[in-house]
Structures are given as structure tokens and as C-alpha cells.
Design a protein around this ligand. Structure first.
Ligand code: AMP
Ligand code: GLY
Length: 431
């Protein structure tokens, strides 16, 4: 065993990364602000530390003699953890702070697409002044999405005509005091994610996934980090064609070509509209929950991808099991606005059955596992069809009962998937 991998982050996404790496011929260490029991059990060592502190992460990487690091969440990338690890001689699979701006600064991201003529850019304007932004809303003919330029954990965006009225959007801008905003054309369609491994100019894409951002069933309620997600037994999703999928891949390729020296995961969040594929945002990391759909079907050894990236060798071609996946998150009641944290939850892993269980933002203490203010755990069903995978996931939710927890049971159910198909058919039918 020549490699020692340090995994940074303690959510469901990182538990999925840990499981993928645990199958590899490498020693594995983890660090996060919370003690994730799933990662801690798979790893040779686990340290709780502030992962946005580059010095603390590097010190632990050195202590365990890490040869590679994988940075899961965006906050450490934004604070320069990948820069610091690379400087310390530990190859970080994750972009440097400057390259991570593709996610961490939405104004930069839109201007970058504009400068490099990357397809899929909606009409947008950037603002540093609340009055000017509100005036733009008054004058704009149509609905707008209001987006704080910085990181908000997926919870800062307000879409006029969907979640809020124009008046509510203006009140939000005045009250929330963001120093920079992006206002852009509201896109109507179906959202999907395509994630890709990137290093040395190579791009290796993974199957499309659809996340569910809204907190409640039927896509109601506030935006969250993502309540659950599904993927099909092929690259595209049921509501899209292979050409739609390839349009997204072409956008990712154009982005990588324009980014100099990007390494790590590049996550494209797309909207399939009547006029084609548009970019909602890019992330500089795996999606959470999307990583839990993708990594369990990845047949290529994740370690081989990381080592090739470090050695500046061509990234291996990826193969995937032809299985559909459905992921459902259990979150603390009240999440995301008033999450009730600090509850002890009992998880009976045996009753997960054929499903995979991923621990997320929970904290393992001496007397049990406690919820935090974020998503608690996820179950993932794998099967030949989305319908079958959904049933596997649903049965596995019995691991914890639902006391104090909230789940979107509709994710992956045939009715909801059919609604997505009907939505796109309607958008595409001649008007
Ligand atoms: P983001 O943080 O950019 O991913 O935005 C969060 C969510 O807001 C997205 O997943 C979409 O549901 C929604 N959203 C963002 N931008 C737009 C847009 N231009 N049009 C419609 N919805 C949007
Ligand atoms: N699932 C959305 C994200 O990871 O940002």
C-alpha cells in the first residue's frame, strides 16, 4: 500500500467518497468538524478539526503522511485548503482558491462564461448596490432569479414568480444586506446535474443526476442543500435525450478548456429549457447528495483517477454499473430555516437491507449519534430501474424511524418522475 489519502469533510458526500476509497489499495484518514461515524469506521484515523483552517488540515495531512488529499466541501476550497496542501507537498484533488471562484463567486462565474463564450449563459447583471438591484427588478420585463454572489449553502437564491413576488424579492435584497448580487433571467425547465473529474485538461463525466432542492414534497418550501436525488441506469435522465446530456458535457468541456490548470471535481448544474441546456451554476466539488448516486455505480477505482491526476497522466476512462439509484435524505425537523439540532438518533444499520446508508452532518459522541443543524443521514437504493431503486431506499428509511426527522418521500417515485417528463414534453411541444 503506497498511497495514503486524507479525506476532508464529514457529510454524506464524504462518506460516499470514503466508501469508494475504502475499496482501494490505500490507507485512508478523515478530518471534519463533526465526527461522522461512517467515515470514522472506514478510516485508519479520524480527527475533528476546523476544515476551513488550512494550517490545521495540513498539520494532520503531515502527521498521517498523506500522499493525496480529497477535499469534499466548498468551504475548505474557498479558504485555500487545496493551495496549502499542494504547497505542503500533498497533492490535493480539489481546485485552488482562485479556481474555486467558479463556485464561490457567482458574479465571477457569470463573467467568466461571458468572456469565454461558454454556451448556456442566461442573461444576467451584477450589482453592488441594493437600490440599483431593486430598480432593475422594477424595470425588467419578466421574472428574475436573485442570487447572492457568495456561498450560501444553496439557500440564498430567490426566484421571482416561483418562490417570491417581485416585492418580496426587493424586501429580501434590502433586509439581507448582501454586498454583491447577481440578477439573472429566470430559467424554466427541469434541473439536472452532471459531474466530471478534471485534471491536466482531461474531463471524465459521470451519469446525470436530478437533485431536489426544495424542502417539502411536491417541490414546495424553502431551498435546501438538497433533499435527495436519482439517476437512471444510463447516462441521461428519463426526461432528457442523449443529445441534451451531450450538450451539458460540451458546456463542461468548454469550461475546462477555458479554465487554466483546474483540478478536482467540476459540477455543472443545468436547466433543460425549451431552448436547450442552460447553466444554473458550477460547483468546484462533488454534489451532496449527487455523490451518493454517482460513486456507488462507479466501477473504475477512484484511487486510480486520483493517482493519474497527480502524476499528470491521462485520467482513466470511467465505467459505471448500469443501475439506477435513488437517494433520500433524512434531515432534522425544521431544516433548513429552524433546524432542531442536538437530538440523539438511533440508527439500526441492519435494517438498511439492500440499501446503502450514509451518515451526514451528525456528530458521534460517547453516548450516541446526535443531529446538527444540517442533513442527518441518507439512504440509497440501487436497482435496474428508478422505480425499483426508490422502493429499496424507502424501505431502508426504517433504520431510524422518523422521530424528529423529515424526509421527502416523493423523490424517485413514478408520479414525480412522470411529472418531469410531462413538463419537458409540454415545454418542447410547438407553442
Ligand atoms: P444555485 O445556488 O445557483 O444552485 O441556485 C439554487 C437554486 O435556485 C437552483 O437549484 C434553482 O432551483 C434556482 N435557480 C438558480 N438560478 C436560477 C435561474 N436563473 N432560474 C430559475 N431558477 C434558478
Ligand atoms: N446538491 C447541490 C450541491 O451539492 O450543491
Amino acid at each position: 500500500m503506497d498511497e495514503t489519502v486524507l479525506l476532508v469533510g464529514g457529510g454524506g458526500r464524504e462518506h460516499a467518497l470514503a466508501r469508494a476509497l475504502a475499496d482501494s489499495d490505500a490507507a485512508l484518514y478523515g478530518c471534519a468538524g463533526n465526527r461522522n461515524p461512517g467515515i470514522a469506521r472506514l478510516a485508519d484515523g479520524f480527527e475533528t478539526l476546523d476544515t476551513t483552517n488550512p494550517t490545521a488540515v495540513c498539520a494532520y495531512a503531515k502527521e498521517v503522511d498523506a500522499t493525496l488529499a480529497v477535499v469534499g466541501p466548498e468551504a475548505p476550497l474557498a479558504s485555500g485548503v487545496a493551495d496549502a496542501l499542494d504547497d505542503a507537498g500533498v497533492y490535493a484533488f480539489g481546485p485552488h482558491r482562485k479556481e474555486a471562484r467558479i463556485e464561490t463567486d457567482k458574479a465571477f462565474q457569470r463573467r467568466f462564461m461571458d468572456t469565454h463564450d461558454i454556451p448556456g449563459l442566461p442573461a444576467f447583471e451584477t450589482f453592488e448596490d441594493a437600490d440599483a438591484a431593486c430598480e432593475y427588478i422594477d424595470e425588467y420585463d419578466g421574472d428574475l432569479a436573485v442570487k447572492p454572489a457568495g456561498l450560501t449553502g444553496g439557500k440564498g437564491v430567490k426566484v421571482i414568480g416561483d418562490q417570491v413576488t417581485a416585492e418580496e424579492a426587493k424586501a429580501y435584497i434590502r433586509e439581507s444586506d448582501y454586498d454583491r448580487l447577481v440578477l439573472e433571467e429566470r430559467l424554466v425547465g427541469e434541473e439536472f446535474t452532471v459531474q466530471a473529474f478534471v485534471a491536466n485538461g482531461d474531463l471524465r463525466v459521470t451519469p446525470a443526476v436530478q437533485d431536489h432542492k426544495r424542502a417539502y414534497e411536491g417541490d414546495e418550501g424553502p431551498n435546501t442543500g438538497g433533499m435527495g436525488s436519482y439517476s437512471d441506469a444510463e447516462l441521461a435522465l428519463p426526461f432528457m435525450t442523449n443529445e441534451d446530456y451531450m450538450e451539458a458535457v460540451d458546456i463542461l468541456q468548454a469550461t475546462v478548456d477555458a479554465l487554466d490548470g483546474y483540478k478536482g471535481l467540476l459540477y455543472g448544474q443545468f436547466m433543460l429549457t425549451a431552448d436547450g441546456v442552460r447553466v444554473i451554476e458550477f460547483n468546484a466539488r462533488f454534489g451532496d447528495p449527487e455523490a451518493m448516486n454517482t460513486l456507488p455505480v462507479l466501477q473504475t477505482d477512484l484511487l486510480d483517477v486520483l493517482v493519474a491526476a497527480r502524476k499528470a497522466e491521462p485520467l482513466p476512462q470511467l465505467t459505471f454499473a448500469r443501475q439506477a439509484t435513488v437517494c433520500k435524505y433524512a434531515v432534522p425537523e425544521g431544516y433548513p430555516t429552524e433546524p432542531r439540532s442536538g437530538a440523539r438518533i438511533e440508527i439500526d444499520e441492519e435494517s438498511a437491507g439492500d440499501a446503502l446508508l450514509y451518515y451526514a452532518s451528525v456528530d458521534e459522541r460517547e453516548d450516541g449519534i446526535y443531529t446538527t443543524t444540517s442533513r442527518a443521514f441518507a439512504v440509497v437504493g440501487l436497482a435496474g430501474s428508478i422505480t425499483a431503486a426508490e422502493k429499496v431506499a424507502e424501505e431502508a428509511l426504517a433504520v431510524a424511524g422518523e422521530d424528529g426527522l423529515h424526509v421527502r418521500h416523493d423523490i424517485g417515485k413514478p408520479e414525480l418522475v412522470q411529472q418531469r417528463i410531462d413538463h419537458i414534453e409540454k415545454l418542447r411541444s410547438p407553442r
